[in-house]
Structure formats: C-alpha cells, structure tokens
Design a protein around this ligand. Sequence first.
Ligand code: SF4
Length: 688
Amino acid sequence: AAMREERIEKTKTVCTYCGVGCTFDVWTKDRKILKVEPQKDSPANGISSCIKGKFGWDYVNSEERITKPLIRKDGHFTEVEWDEALAYVAKRFDEIKAEHGPDALGFISSSKATNEESYLMQKLARQVIGTNNIDNCSRYCQAPATKGLFRTVGHGGDSGSIDDIAEAELVITIGSNTAESHPVLASRIKRSQKLFGQKLFVFDLRKHEMAQRADRFLQPKSGTDLVWLQAISKYIIDQGWEKREFITKWVNDFAAYKESLAKFTMDYAEKLTGIPQKTLKEIAKEIVAADKLAICWAMGVTQHQLGSDTSTAISNLLLITGNYMRNGTGAYPLRGHNNVQGCSDFGSMPDFLPGYEKVSDDAARNRYKKAWKKELPTDPGKDNHEMMHAIHDGELRSLYVLGEDTGVVDSNINYVTAAFEKLDFFVVQDLFLTKTAEYADVILPAVPSLEKEGTFTNTERRIQRLYQALDPVGESKADWKIIMEIANEMGYDWNYLHPSEIMAESASLAPLFAGVKYELLTNYNSLQWPVAADGTDSPLLYVDGFPFADNKAKLYPLDFELPYDTSEEYDLHVNNGRLLEHFHEGNMTYKSPGISRKTPQAFIEVSPELADERGIQEGAEIRLTSKAGYVTGIVHITDRVSGKELYLPLNDNGKTAVNYLTDNRVDKDSNTPAYKEIAVKMEVLKKK
Ligand code: SF4
C-alpha cells in the first residue's frame, strides 16, 4: 500500500465548470483521476465542492478525445502532422486576408480556456491579422450585465466577493437557478440563512430549490423584471426613503433618473408583472430596512431583448439605496463558465483591449502598437452575433473557433450551421469532434485544464492558478501553444516558454492587471482585479468611489416596451436553463459516466395543469415548434413550472437542443440572444 501511495500525485487545480471557481487538489495516479480534495484555504469554496467538480472529470480520459490534427480532404477528416496543419491554416488565413482584407476573418475564444489563451487569441486577431472581429461566449450570457454595470458603476465585474453575498442581510436573486448553476455559492446562502437568518427573495419563473428555500418567492411574468425593479425604485423615492447622503456624495443624474420613473407606478407594475402592488410595496420597505443588500442575477435577466436595461435597473436600485462600496452589498452577475469573466477581461471582445480599454482609445491602443510593433485596427469589430450575419452576407469568409460548440449553443442552430456551410475556411480547436467541428476544414486537438498551466478568473474577479496534473493525450496541445505556432507560421516571432510570460506581458500593458504576477498566485494564493502595480488587489471593487472622471456613479434612465410578439398559434412559453448534473451543451458532462448515469436523457418539464389539459402523461413524447424550428423530447410533469410555461434543460445537443427553437432576436444593447423569449406550440407524438 505504501508503494502504491507513493505514485499518487496531488496537483492544485481550478474547477473547469462554473464561475464559482472552486479550487482543489486533484489526486492522480498515472492517467487515473482518483479524487478531488478541496482545501480549507480554497478561497471561493473552502472544503466544499459540487457533483460536477467532484465527479465530472472522466471526459479527460474519454476515448473520443481528438489526438491528432485533422484536415478535411475529399470530404473526409484525415489525420495529419502538426506541421502540415499549421502551414495550411497559416496559408489560408494569409490568402483570405490578401483577397478580402483582415475583416473577412473572425475569431471566437473559449471561456473554458485560460486568461493567457484569451490574451493570445486577441493578439492573433489584432496583431497578426489586423481585425477586431473577436468575441467569446459572454455574448451568450452576461454581456448585458457588463453593459448595465458599465453604464452605472463603471466596472464590468461583481462588486464584491462571494463572502460579501454570504454577509448580506438580504439577498435577492433574479433569474438565477443558483442551487443548480452555482451550487457552492448557493450553499453559502443556505448557510447564512441558518447562521444568522439572512433573508432571501427569489424572483424566477420556476419554483426551483432556492425558490423553495426563499423568504419570498415571486414569479413576475417573463421579461418584466425591469418593470418591478423600476416601480420599487420609484416607490422608494416617492416615500423619501432613498439614501440621500450616499447619493449626494457618490451619485450623478438623480433628477433625470427620477423623472424617467414617472410611468412605473405600482398600478402599471402590477398589471405587467402580475405581482400584487401590496407585495411590491412590502418588498420596497424590506429593501430599505436591510442594512446590506446584495443582488445576484443570471440568464433569466440577461437573455432577453431588454437584458442590458434590466441589468441597469438592478444597479440603479442598488445606487439609490446606498448598496455599493460596503462589504455585504453590491451587484453580482453570476458568471456561468469557469473562465467567462477572464476571457472578456483579457481582451477577447470586439470593442475592448485587455482590461476593458476601448479599441478606439488612442492612448491605450498606442501602448499595444508600440509593444507589438504593429498598427492596430481602431473600429470595434463584429461580435458573435454580427459574425453570423456577416457570413450569410458574404463579408466574413473565415472563422477560427476555439473551444466553443457554437453550432449548438448560439441561438437559432439552423441559421448558424447554414452560416458554417458558407465559410471559405473554418478552423475548430477542441477536445472532441463536436457538432461545430463537423463543419470544419481543419480541427486542431486541444487539451483540457488538467493537462496545462495558466490562470482562470472566477465570478468574483479572482485570478487563480491551475497546475498541470497530466500529460497531454496523443499529440494534443495547450491552446496557447497552438495559437503561438499559428502566429509564428504567419511570420511572427512569439516565443513564450510558459503562460507566466504571457501574463507578464499582459500585466505590463493593461493597467487593470498591473501587479498580477505568477509569484503572487502560487498554490492557493489568488488576486482579485484591479491589481495595483505593487500587487494590492481589490476584494471590494468600489472603495474610493467609481471609475468615472468625478469619481461618481451614474443613475441611468430607462424605458420599457413589452417586446414580445404574442400569437395565439404559438401559445406556450419555453424557459430554459441548467441542470445540477450537467454543464452547457453537455460535451464534457455526458462523457462522464458518473454523471450521465443520473440524467441520461434530456426532458421537457410540463406543468400538471397543462398536462391535464392536453391529456399527456409522464414519459409522453412531444414536439415543440417555434417560428425558427422544432425539437422533440420526453415529458416530465412537475409543479416546478406552472401554467403555460415549459422548461427545457439547455444541456442537450441532439433532438431536444433548445437552440432549434431560438431565433435571431437579441438584447438591443449587447446583441445577446433573447434565449428566454421563445413562443412555441405543442404537438403530442406519443401520449405514453
Ligand atoms: Fe465546480 Fe462550480 Fe461545482 Fe464549484 S460549484 S465544484 S466551481 S461546478
């Protein structure tokens, strides 16, 4: 036993699933992953983890991993050597750039790749190609939250730490299935409820676990969160309950904001949201009475045509009640993927350089121009959504997608895959032959987090280091190495020997990360941005005011129009979200038998009332049709949904994939698809 024990390695890593950013030691023996062991000094999770972090690692050793580069030859994927694959990619990128200009190429980064890899991907797009056409999957989720926070308080990140959520007197969650999507964070709330009677208000369509545990559970009509938020703000101001002193000292534009609230009366709110005004008034009172309020929100808010405005309304409410700049308060858009925060932070965005400096900002751009010895594009590039339109229009000819199953997770699958078919050249870099990869000309084999080094940034802006636990499988390589080799094949001389050198370059150029150094990130040490040059980090984001010229935040006036197209034919509404056991499109979790045994198949939740009305039973098979497409699936009858609401887990990539139903409608300010606004009709295929 002693001998066997000696061969066990323990390596610190960061969970590769959700944005809570749990860290733990992973125990390995050869290629076997024995267990993960959270440590008490794991900053975000202490000794906790959830089923995905504990058991979701089998995909690493899946037989389905791609182990050699593949090029499509005569319609078939053929294994080739790296030299051939890299030379081919470089040649095609060069040709397309020469023929159609740099903006004919587009790049999509991965929120599962490291910060250093996001940095290199945007450097490849900007320096080597000369385009700002780069984006990442925050466009599918929290881009509206970032927008709302930029408008009001200036930084696109959580205003405090998970500890602050745990410390709040009152927590409000809006459109967040917290117990399943951010399990360890949810358990912090559950603990605070027990420890000191923390109050929890949940606003959601669906009666999920946290809704059942909440002090108040409210079900506003889909897409109307902005209305109750504004009505509560108006009521607070009408009663003279706003925090005068805080507003005078730290907040601009109060008068214009107050004026814009005129239409949001309690009558109006009750009519649109369906929540009685008596309840809304009680909630307003309890919000004001709470000394510390933290608001958490997720896709139920952002994936609407008014996603950015609703996020803005949340921030407005926090400002007038003085719930910024103190521990236990603030705005918490809960980030979905392990590194979706970092992927945006490090510049994989069409309008921002790393650290959220605008591409149009001359001073910032010149800093990069000098370091990279290259003129850089000044106009914002295309985001994910605009890239799909541009492919259909023939403007965008080539796409390089890193670790994203765009053909499953972007809205309107039929439209997106039709775009893939129009591309002149398509490179996909991934672990598996995903649905997206099936359309590629070249597939480059990447490695999962356990086979490389780098850093991830969790939802609380915490930069954490992962160490390499296993060797890459076959000839697969870390994304940063592949991107570097493509740049060098195109005539550049990047010579990073380790991700720490990429981070050092980024820290030297982006003021937000000035003091980030690998030496400060050893083992369980971490840094929350902004990090000053002397290495001081920022657990609380706003301490001496807000990052605007006069240090003051801004109240942002908003309007509301009901954006839905309602029709009698498409009479049901589809909501969608995560399951505890699965992640995203399921490419990783369905390859982990420990997990997929529990929920092997996607299902469609139907309310008991609706099931009765349509005469269907548990296990029936139905088809849902929207204006964009259809899905089929098995019925699960549950009172977690009510009336004409249906719920579809978003983790299926087959015939129940929700994005066959979604269309091209987007949030008007961020182009995030309105995934949560799907009207469908139902046909019963088998009553059971
Ligand atoms: Fe991983 Fe999130 Fe679960 Fe933590 S809560 S173990 S980060 S999936």
